[in-house]
Design a protein around this ligand. Structure first.
Ligand SMILES: Nc1ncnc2c1ncn2[C@@H]1O[C@H](COP(=O)(O)OP(=O)(O)O)[C@@H](O)[C@H]1O
Ligand SMILES: [Mg+2]
Length: 373
């Protein structure tokens, strides 16, 4: 688990610079720590045991990404759009907005796509462009609180490590960013957490115009990710001046969704079970057993996460940490009861848990229930 100077520890990457992004994209998959029996674990020398615990801590903190149906569907749509945008320069490219609540896996899925796209493009076309510049198929910016247009342009220059990122007007910074995108032959521009852009009042038009300028001038697929983007008017077609400007962005923007898991249908229950089975494969605890999640904790985990993958993964991650630390070495209801989850999940939980306990709802598909009976 050591890291050398040229392969940064993936835990330290902020992904807002191209070198970080490349390290992320090129990083080999983490190796799953080999599962031990409890006898083998107690036979380890204390220092070896500490090292094993450490590897499992890091492993459980990074269990993803699981190829969920949501992630797979998003990737298919993104390949369709990105590849159909590889037309000649002067044609306007379609933009994409991934618009969904927090914790549904937007960032995870989009980064996994960005990584695949980076690898495919550099694999097929080489690390350098025909003019000898470094090839950067993906530029990815994560916005933070109340970003303005100038900050956004500066972040683009930061990503490319452009020396002129600290001076100039918004337009000059934007022009330099365009130069970077052109010389690095960037094809996919990801703006994550776009809801942090300053949208209010008159700047709504400014934002919209700016995004339109990027969409028109930059020969990229613009991939916007955020929460409540539709409410910000990104897709509306309407009467007022502001809405009309927005609509022009909207017409070429395809909206993609990430949905939570649901248990209202047999298909939904089967998907939930698949996810739990996939996670079971990854958990490394000495007393884990087949069915630990998918049979024995299915309803419980659904109630606590209400089908939100972010809440589920937090719970599993923290549960595994506690199971290792306390020597429990398995996940069960008693242990998970002591683990805190995020507030939104806790609130939604109360009602759902009551229904599940009264047996009026179930998270498990018919076949799995029959087998257990
Ligand atoms: N496909 C997945 N497999 C495993 N874990 C995931 C997956 N998608 C999301 N997660 C976990 O859920 C958490 C929230 O996901 P994130 O992508 O940050 O959501 P969003 O960007 O929609 O807020 C992350 O910590 C991540 O570990
Ligand atoms: Mg996110």
């Amino acid at each position: 688990m050591s890291s050398t100077a040229d392969t940064p520890d993936p835990g330290n990457l902020a992904l807002s610079r191209k070198e970080d992004f490349r390290a992320f994209a090129d990083a080999p998959r983490r190796d799953r720590p080999e599962p031990l029996t409890s006898a083998e674990l107690s036979a380890l020398h204390p220092s070896a045991r500490a090292a094993y615990h450490r590897r499992r801590r890091v492993w459980h903190a990074n269990l993803g990404p699981v190829r969920t149906p949501q992630l797979a569907a998003l990737h298919e749509d993104l390949w369709d759009i990105v590849d159909s945008n590889l037309q000649d320069g002067d044609k306007a490219k379609g933009a994409v907005a991934v618009d969904a609540f927090p914790g549904l896996g937007k960032t995870t899925a989009v980064l996994a796509f960005a990584r695949d796209f980076h690898r495919r493009e550099t694999g097929e076309q080489g690390a350098l462009t025909s003019k000898g510049h470094e090839r950067w198929p993906v530029c990815r910016i994560g916005l933070t609180g109340n970003t303005g247009m100038k900050d956004l342009n500066r972040s683009l220059l930061e990503f490319f490590g452009h020396p002129g990122r600290d001076r100039g007007t918004t337009a000059q910074l934007g022009k330099r960013a365009l130069d970077c995108v052109l010389s690095c032959e960037t094809r996919l521009l990801i703006l994550d957490d776009l809801h942090f852009l300053r949208w209010h009042h008159s700047s709504g038009i400014e934002v919209s115009n700016h995004l339109k300028w990027i969409a028109n001038e930059f020969p990229v697929t613009l991939l916007m990710v955020g929460v409540h983007l539709a409410d910000k008017g990104l897709f509306t077609e309407g009467g007022t001046a502001q809405e009309t400007v927005m609509a022009q962005t909207g017409r070429r923007t395809t909206r993609l969704d990430m949905r939570p898991f649901t248990i209202g249908s047999e298909t939904g229950r089967r998907e939930w079970r698949q996810l739990l089975l996939a996670l079971e494969q990854r958990i490394v605890l000495t007393d884990a057993y087949p069915g630990m999640l998918a049979d024995d904790l299915s309803d419980y985990l659904f109630a606590r996460s209400t089908g939100h993958i972010g809440s589920l993964m937090t719970l599993i991650n923290r549960g595994c940490q506690r199971a290792i630390r306390t020597g429990t070495e398995r996940l069960d209801r008693d242990l998970l009861e002591t683990v805190k989850n995020d507030e939104a999940a806790e609130q939604a939980r109360q009602e759902l848990q009551a229904a599940l306990e009264r047996g009026r709802r179930t998270s498990r598909p018919r076949q799995a229930r029959r087998k257990a009976a």
